[in-house]
Ligand binder design. Structure first.
Ligand code: FES
Length: 161
């Protein structure tokens, strides 16, 4: 092989390898968009929180973002849940994180669903199950917690499911 042919051959080979790497990278990026991200685990909070039923939470399909901190193994963690008044005196409590990318969720009162606005996934209001996947949205249900109405408060229990 002559010197100019060798140079031509090496140039074409490097282009092929480069293209292969780009296709592999693009493919793995696209695949990652189709899956829920793995949210790093934090020690599970076990306990109860008591939240007054007032303001927006007092209305059917009203909801409230509720945040609190807890201390475990020498560290402080924070947690945010979404409490929803489903109507008829029934309340639901969910992790306020879309299982897809971990972003906050909200109630869509018009369809009585919970919605993640990023990829339009709809979750069942009464269970947190995925109702409609949107455009490549969440595959897994929302984390749920046990609720109980105690007087004028809703008590949310963690760690029993
Ligand atoms: S971030 Fe994709 S559906 Fe929520």
């Amino acid at each position: 092989m002559e010197k100019s042919d060798r140079r031509k051959f090496l140039k074409q080979a490097s282009l092929l390898v480069g293209t292969g790497i780009c296709v592999t990278c693009a493919s793995s990026f696209l695949n990652s968009c189709e899956q829920d991200i793995i949210i790093p685990p934090v020690p599970k909070y076990t306990g109860k929180q008591t939240i007054p039923i007032s303001g927006a939470l007092a209305n059917d399909y009203g909801f409230l973002e509720y945040s609190f901190s807890y201390y475990l193994d020498g560290k402080t963690y924070s947690k945010t849940i979404l409490i929803v008044n489903e109507g008829g005196g029934v309340f639901q409590a969910f992790d306020n994180k879309c299982p897809h990318w971990g972003v906050p969720i909200a109630v869509q009162a018009s369809s009585k669903d919970i919605k993640c606005s990023v990829h339009a996934t709809l979750f069942e209001l009464s269970t947190g199950a995925v109702k409609q996947n949107g455009s490549g949205g969440a595959l897994n249900p929302l984390g749920t917690y046990t609720t109980k109405v105690v007087g004028t408060n809703v008590e949310v229990t963690f760690g029993d499911k």
